[in-house]
Design a protein around this ligand. Structure first.
Ligand code: ZN
Length: 174
């Protein structure tokens, strides 16, 4: 059996697109904090994108993400893999900046950089975590130019064969 081996090798100094981000733009950070404030009293959740290697640049709102007072459910299966996705961001209206057990499960499952925002979402009321739930440092780069309007990822309509509706049972009236 032939074994497929990728033969292309990248130069040692080439930026790796998949590099774990070590920084976030001020605009993106302002944007997620503004979204969290406007979602109060509910949680807010979104996906972080990295347009440049190593730098979180965008907030992506994922349709189907439902937010409640105590949780934000991510519909991550809707995301394609080529978006430069870095991880997730969500808010805690309670003000807590540490991940819950459910958050840790999400972090371990998906993405490499995660941000938790704590109410009332002042400039410093956030923490970043890696996929293991360990707190990490993210540099904040750039100047504040007003929050960017988050972009919404709109998935193309995917045709799904739905199971035909179950035939009604014949009425067994005698
Ligand atoms: Zn949480």
């Amino acid at each position: 059996m032939p074994i497929f081996r990728p033969t292309r090798r990248r130069a040692a100094d080439a930026p790796r697109v998949g590099r774990s981000p070590t920084a976030i733009t001020r605009r993106c950070l302002d944007s997620v904090l503004a979204c969290a404030r406007s979602a109060l009293p509910n949680e807010f959740g979104g996906v972080l994108r990295s347009d440049e290697p190593g730098l979180i640049t965008d907030l992506l709102l994922v349709p189907g993400t439902t937010a409640g007072r105590r949780h934000a459910n991510f519909q991550l299966y809707m995301l394609p893999v080529d978006l430069g996705v870095a991880g997730t961001v969500h808010s805690h209206p309670s003000g807590a900046l540490h991940p819950s057990e459910a958050d840790l499960t999400l972090f371990r499952h998906w993405g490499r950089r995660h941000i938790i925002l704590g109410a009332p979402y002042g400039p410093g009321q956030w923490r970043a975590y890696d996929g293991n739930g360990n707190e990490i440092h993210l540099d904040v780069v750039g100047t504040s130019q007003g929050p960017t309007v988050p972009s919404t990822y709109r998935p193309r309509v995917v045709h799904r064969d739905e199971a035909p509706p179950a035939a009604p049972l014949p009425d067994d009236a005698e």
